[in-house]
Ligand binder design. Structure first.
Ligand SMILES: [Zn+2]
Length: 128
């Protein structure tokens, strides 16, 4: 690869350029790029960045965000993000459709009863 600062050729695994001494990658991206799990699989034909971005956005709206990685031929990234969404989506919808309905139902039920009690007290005062 080439240094992004001085453009001279350097070792593919170098973190610091031997020519200019500047860091060519962060340690986090170095871990990600060197990991077999997240390594990019080479493509057989050119991919459209626009279509890839669109798929990532559109498919996320129908809860299928990871599918976009299949267009890019990256099954490893598909499975990693699939595992994340399998955990994140039920948690998100669990809050939205299970936990919140019970919280709001209980709170608003109690509030209605309290309002009715206040109404009864006010009526009692009017009658006497
Ligand atoms: Zn350099």
């Amino acid at each position: 690869m080439y240094c992004k600062h001085c453009a001279k050729e350097i070792d593919d695994k170098a973190e610091i350029c031997v020519h200019c001494g500047r860091r060519v990658r962060s340690s986090i991206s170095s871990i990600l790029e060197n990991s077999e799990l997240t390594r990019l699989r080479p493509a057989k034909e050119a991919k459209s960045p626009g279509l890839a971005g669109f798929l990532g956005f559109f498919l996320s709206w129908v809860l299928l965000g990871p599918i976009g990685y299949l267009y890019l031929g990256q099954w490893n990234w598909f499975w990693i993000t699939f595992a994340i969404t399998v955990i994140a989506y039920p948690l998100t919808f669990g809050f939205a459709y299970v936990l919140f309905p019970f919280i709001f139902a209980f709170h608003q039920y109690q509030m209605a009863k309290e309002l009715n009690e206040q109404l009864e007290v006010a009526k009692g005062r009017e009658d006497s």
